[in-house]
Design a protein around this ligand. Structure first.
Ligand SMILES: [Zn+2]
Ligand SMILES: [Zn+2]
Length: 342
């Protein structure tokens, strides 16, 4: 009886050790990052991301509120690539300009948007970004079907117009982002996102996937703050989009209520999704291979570091890659080291 008990205890200790090892292995590659500024020079964004303890990041490749954009400076691109390699910063995500609306009913705006999106694709290729995140657009004065057709056509035209030498052998994927679903805004419905990929993706040989924003999921009516709601969201995303086509998650807490359709990002833990919600999201086995990128507000200096740290502290096991960066920093600048969350 005693022998049997001992054997059982040893076995369960082994199982526990194995489970811990497996969880650790899974978390080693976890990617956590933040949108950083390219002000001054593009490579500054990578340096900043590293300083914040991130191992992935997002940028705008030009001013998000201006139609005109300059091509990236080759010297800066070279430095950006060097910084990314030096600090193992991947993937690099570019977010498209807020002015672009491929769905627009106005032919002038639509044409401008196609030209601007062609520029977004080309700059992303030059920079060496893995992903270009795009908002589907607003179909005001049109039917939903016409809006979707406009976007699919706009994606196809932009991709075709982009420099073919740049496209050759490139590993860029356009990611359609889900939205808060305000009036006439496309993309809150996963079915619509899937339709866009079907219309413009593999059929036309355009690499298209999806980026899911946690705040947009919540305010568009998916209660991912609860265990059951998160499970329902995972099922829905997998059924409609296929989780394999979702490499990037925008990790933002939600400042406004469930179903409000208002796009207001909150600091991690300070919104409706909450710390427990994010702990479940970060430890969900189906999301482990995604890049989590913060787009949280910087209301006061240090908010960016606080949000990256808050997210990292919610990872169920310490992430080696992230810990190294952080502990190196903590010696010199008093940064916080990661504690295993309980
Ligand atoms: Zn976005
Ligand atoms: Zn948003």
């Amino acid at each position: 009886m005693i022998a049997y008990y001992r054997h059982g205890a040893a076995a369960s200790a082994r199982v526990a050790r194995y489970q811990k090892y497996r969880a650790l292995r899974l978390s080693l590659d976890l990617r956590i990052g933040i949108h950083t500024s390219t002000a001054g020079s593009i490579e500054r964004s990578a340096i900043k991301a590293h300083e914040l303890g991130a191992n992935t990041f997002q940028i705008f490749s030009s001013s998000p509120r201006m139609w005109r954009a300059k091509p990236p400076d080759p010297a800066q691109v070279h430095l950006l690539k060097r910084e990314r390699e030096r600090h193992d910063l991947k993937p690099l995500v570019v977010h498209d300009s807020y002015l672009i609306n491929l769905a627009s009913a106005d032919p002038v705006i639509r044409q401008r948007s196609i030209e601007a999106f062609t520029g977004e694709i080309e700059r992303s290729l030059v920079i060496g970004a893995e992903y270009l995140v795009a908002h589907p657009g607003n179909y005001k004065d049109l039917t939903l079907e016409q809006g979707l057709l406009n976007v699919a056509e706009g994606l196809a035209k932009s991709w075709r117009a982009a420099d073919s030498a740049l496209k050759r052998g490139a590993a860029l994927t356009i990611l359609l982002e889900n939205t808060a679903g305000a009036r006439n805004q496309l993309g809150a419905d996963f079915g619509d996102l899937a339709t866009l990929r079907t219309l413009a993706g593999p059929y036309l040989d355009i690499p298209i996937g999806y980026c899911l924003d946690t705040c947009h999921c919540y305010v568009s009516g998916r209660d991912i703050s609860t265990e059951a709601g998160l499970a329902a969201f995972i099922r829905e995303a997998d059924d409609s989009l296929g989780l394999d086509h979702v490499p990037v998650i925008h990790a933002n807490d939600a400042k406004t209520a469930l179903g409000s359709h208002l796009d207001r990002h909150a600091h991690i833990g300070a919104g409706y999704i909450g710390k427990e919600g994010f702990r479940r999201i970060l430890s969900h086995p189906r999301l482990r291979d995604k890049a989590f990128i913060l787009e949280t507000p910087v209301d006061k200096p240090g908010d960016d570091l606080r949000n990256v740290t808050a997210l990292k502290e919610l990872v169920p096991f310490p992430n080696k890659r992230l810990t190294t960066t952080e502990s190196k920093r903590s010696g010199t600048s008093g940064g916080r080291t990661i504690r295993r969350s309980t």
